[in-house]
Design a binder for this molecule. Structure first.
Ligand code: MBD
Ligand code: FE
Length: 290
């Protein structure tokens, strides 16, 4: 057995990978700092913190526990995980207010740009013995007025049947269960994959320790991640869930929306399940005029 195959998935390893991925993708405007905006946001965050300390009479022991935990979360590289699990859903809610079309939801920490380009009818890169129920995921990309969007891009990534993401857990081929699918000239796509397993937040890192200390659970429901885009249209980042799956109703990351729940049926070819989901993209016209 190789070292890679015996290497365990650890919070620190996936945290380091997520931190590195974030550094390379950081939005271009992220360093535009408006002094008054920083003043407002940080002041209100601090005032809210002070009020919590007073209301609950936070002790020095608790203050030190917080300090130790904050030091650890940085060392573990788990800031991307922490923020995307407990904060991003509200940022997405605000960002999505001005956009029509398919619902979006959080991106999370495990996107990797540059997945292999695939045709409209494609099988995601996977191991020959990939475990899991086969899933045919198909649909169409249109504009808000129903016009098909030929050549739309469906960038898809997901966990495997053990709940692990390639590039963020050891032993997986680099682009396993990741692909950038180009829709056909009617905006259609047919993607063969496997159903992902629910995702459990690593229990051995700072986020896991917080979850245990607070008596919460560590689970996200099984989900497919997607970024769907087309020229002249606004990109939507979203996730799709599976009806009746565990933790659809109590996602630790609060990212489930009713419009995002799939109900796959038996596949026509008898292999596993199939489901159709159509994406509707808002045009960029409003943005261009703004
Ligand atoms: C995930 O797979 C995920 O999608 C999010 C948002 C957070 C942690 C793990
Ligand atoms: Fe995920």
């Amino acid at each position: 057995m190789t070292d890679i195959a015996t290497e365990q998935a650890t919070a620190a390893a996936s945290g380091a990978a997520a931190t590195e991925q974030f550094r390379t993708k950081q939005r271009a405007d992220a360093t535009d700092v408006d002094t008054r905006r920083v003043d407002t946001l940080v002041s209100e965050l601090l005032v809210a913190t002070h009020e919590i300390v007073r209301r609950h009479k936070v002790t020095y022991a608790e203050y030190d526990a917080l300090k130790a935990w904050l030091i650890r979360i940085g060392e573990d590289g788990e800031w991307p995980l922490f923020l995307d699990v407990w904060v991003e859903h509200v940022v997405e809610e605000v960002a999505g207010e001005s956009r029509e079309g398919s619902k979006g939801t959080i991106e999370g920490p495990y996107y990797a740009p540059g997945a292999p380009a695939l045709d409209a009818e494609a099988t995601l890169p996977m191991r020959t013995d990939e475990k899991g129920t086969p899933l045919l995921f198909q649909g169409r990309v249109t504009g808000v007025d129903g016009t098909p969007l030929p050549g739309a891009t469906v960038d898809i990534w997901q966990a495997d049947d053990d709940g692990y993401y390639s590039q963020f857990a050891p032993g997986l081929p680099e682009w396993n269960l990741r692909g950038t699918v180009t829709a056909d000239d009617e905006g259609r796509f047919r993607i063969r994959t496997i159903e992902p397993a629910p995702y459990q937040i690593p229990t051995d890192g700072s986020c896991g320790r917080l979850i245990a200390a607070a008596g919460w659970h560590a689970w996200r429901p099984a989900h497919l991640h997607l970024k769907v885009s087309a020229p002249g249209h606004r990109l939507v980042t979203t996730q799709l869930y599976f009806e009746g799956g565990s933790h659809v109703a109590d996602d630790i990351a609060s990212a489930v929306k009713p419009e995002l729940i799939l109900a796959p049926g038996p596949a026509a070819d008898g292999r596993g399940h199939e489901v159709t989901y159509d994406f509707v993209l808002d045009s960029t016209d409003k943005l261009d005029r703004a």
